[in-house]
Design a protein around this ligand. Structure first.
Ligand SMILES: Nc1ncnc2c1ncn2[C@@H]1O[C@H](COP(=O)(O)OP(=O)(O)O)[C@@H](O)[C@H]1O
Ligand SMILES: Nc1ccn([C@H]2C[C@H](O)[C@@H](COP(=O)(O)OP(=O)(O)O)O2)c(=O)n1
Length: 230
C-alpha cells in the first residue's frame, strides 16, 4: 500500500443530520460526482435491528443486542447495472426491510446502547478507502471520522422532513399518514439527540446547511462547493 493510501491519508466528507434531512440522497450523489466510496452508517444500525427482529431479541435487553451486533454479518453489494446498493444481512437480502420506519425506530433504540456503538466503530472506519469516502449518519463528523477534512450537517424543518418521507413511502406504495410520520420523526430526533453516547449534534467544524426549501440539486452543489477542485 502506498503511504498516501493508508486510511488516515484518505479524504473523508462527513454528512450528518436528522432523519429526512437528505443525508442519504445527497451523500450518494456527491460520492458519485467525486468518484468516492459511500458509507450508509444508518444501514448498519438498521441491519442489527432487523437481525434482532429475526432472532426475536427483546429491544429492552442490551446484553442480547450487543451479542447480536457481534454476530450480525452485513455486506453491501452494488448492483452493476442500476448501481443500487443491496444490503445483505446474515446472507439474506434485507434492503427493502431495512428502509421501513419500524427498522428506523429499532435502529434508533439499539443505537443508544454504548457497547453497540463501540462494537460498530471499526466496521465503519473500514470503509475509509482511496480515493475518498462520503460517510452519512449521526456521528460521522464527531466520533467516527473526527479528523475528516470536510464536514456537513444537514437540517430541514420537521414538517418538511415528514413530507419528504411521506412522498418517498407513498411512491413505494407504503401506506402511512403524514401526521404519524411527523410524530415518528420528532420521537426519533429526541431519542437520537438526547442519548448519552454520540448524540446527534453538529461537529464544531461542520458547515450547517438548512435544506428547507432547497432542491436536491441545490444542496449537492452547495456541498460540492465546499470541496477543493473536484
Ligand atoms: N433537498 C431536498 N429537497 C426535496 N426532497 C429531498 C431533498 N433531499 C432529500 N429529499 C428527499 O427526501 C427523502 C428523504 O431523503 P433521505 O436522503 O432518505 O434522508 P435521510 O438520509 O437524511 O433520512 C427522499 O425521498 C429524498 O429524495
Ligand atoms: N451514525 C449513525 C447512524 C444512524 N444511527 C441510528 C439513529 C437513527 O435514528 C437510526 C437510523 O438511521 P438512518 O440514517 O438510517 O435513518 P434516516 O435515514 O436518517 O431516517 O440509526 C446512529 O445512531 N448513528
Amino acid at each position: 500500500m502506498n503511504s498516501t493510501d493508508s486510511p488516515e491519508h484518505v479524504p473523508v466528507l462527513t454528512i450528518d443530520g436528522p432523519s429526512g434531512s437528505g443525508k442519504g440522497t445527497i451523500s450518494r450523489l456527491v460520492a458519485q460526482r467525486l468518484g468516492w466510496h459511500y458509507l450508509d452508517s444508518g444501514a448498519i444500525y438498521r441491519a442489527v435491528g432487523v437481525a434482532a427482529g429475526w432472532g426475536d431479541i427483546d429491544l429492552a435487553d442490551p446484553a442480547a443486542l450487543v451479542r447480536c451486533t457481534f454476530d450480525t454479518k452485513i455486506d453491501f453489494i452494488e448492483d452493476d447495472e442500476s448501481r443500487e446498493l443491496r444490503i445483505i444481512v446474515n446472507g439474506l437480502d434485507a434492503t427493502d426491510e431495512l428502509r421501513t420506519e419500524t427498522s428506523g425506530a429499532a435502529a434508533s433504540a439499539i443505537a443508544a446502547i454504548p457497547e453497540v456503538r463501540a462494537a460498530l466503530k471499526d466496521r465503519q472506519r473500514a470503509f475509509r478507502r482511496a480515493p475518498g469516502l462520503v460517510a452519512d449518519g449521526r456521528d460521522m463528523g464527531t466520533v467516527i471520522f473526527p479528523d475528516a477534512a470536510h464536514k456537513v450537517f444537514l437540517t430541514a424543518s420537521a414538517e418538511e422532513r415528514a413530507e419528504r418521507r411521506y412522498k418517498q413511502l407513498k411512491d413505494k406504495g407504503v401506506s402511512v399518514t403524514l401526521h404519524g410520520l411527523l410524530r415518528e420523526i420528532l420521537a426519533r430526533d429526541a431519542r437520537d439527540a438526547q442519548r448519552v453516547v454520540a448524540p446527534l449534534r453538529p461537529a464544531e467544524d461542520a458547515v450547517r446547511i438548512d435544506t428547507t426549501g432547497l432542491s436536491i440539486t441545490e444542496v449537492v452543489e452547495r456541498v460540492l462547493a465546499l470541496m477543493p477542485a473536484h
